[in-house]
Ligand binder design. Structure first.
Ligand SMILES: Cc1cc2nc3c(=O)[nH]c(=O)nc-3n(C[C@H](O)[C@H](O)[C@H](O)COP(=O)(O)O)c2cc1C
Length: 135
């Protein structure tokens, strides 16, 4: 089973989760500017909310790489909102890519709010989540 990890980040919060997830499943975490060169059966896709939506770069990554994506497993950080599945599914439903029911989400530091998040505990939970998906 081929696994890939891609993420979009502005302040590094989601990158931390991506690296914990990637280490747990023994691949490298790369940002969404890096195309999928081969088909990933499972793509762990990390992103965050900015003004109630994911960044355009995440949407473009999904469309550009659609032929190399088996199933997407979402993960992400945000200050108030929760799962990233809704904005991701809005893109995938137009091109018939499956999004896993399971996802991982935690708080991410936003200015003075949620300082230090994701923290060590969040990263450990993210790693456990990733392992539970691939085993
Ligand atoms: C410009 C901007 C807009 C944001 N809008 C939202 C939002 O609508 N909902 C939310 O829950 N968090 C929002 N946040 C908080 C981020 O989602 C949160 O800080 C996240 O952890 C950032 O992840 P990153 O460091 O990987 O970019 C916003 C942050 C910024 C900088």
């Amino acid at each position: 089973m081929k696994i890939a990890v891609r993420y979009y980040t502005r302040s590094g919060n989601t990158k931390k989760l991506a690296e914990a997830i990637a280490e747990a499943v023994s691949v490298n975490a790369k940002d969404v500017s890096i195309v999928l060169e081969e088909k990933a059966d499972i793509l762990f896709l990390g992103c965050s909310y900015y003004a109630f939506d994911v960044d355009q770069a995440v949407k473009e990554f999904i469309i550009r790489n659609k032929d190399n994506i088996g199933k997407i497993v979402c993960f992400g950080t945000s200050a108030m909102m929760k799962s990233m599945k809704k904005p991701v599914t809005k893109v995938t439903k137009t091109i018939n890519i499956a999004v896993a029911d399971e996802d991982f989400h935690c708080r991410g530091q936003f200015g003075k709010i949620h300082k230090g998040r994701p923290n060590e505990e969040d990263l450990a939970r993210a790693a456990e989540f990733a392992k539970s998906i691939v085993e």
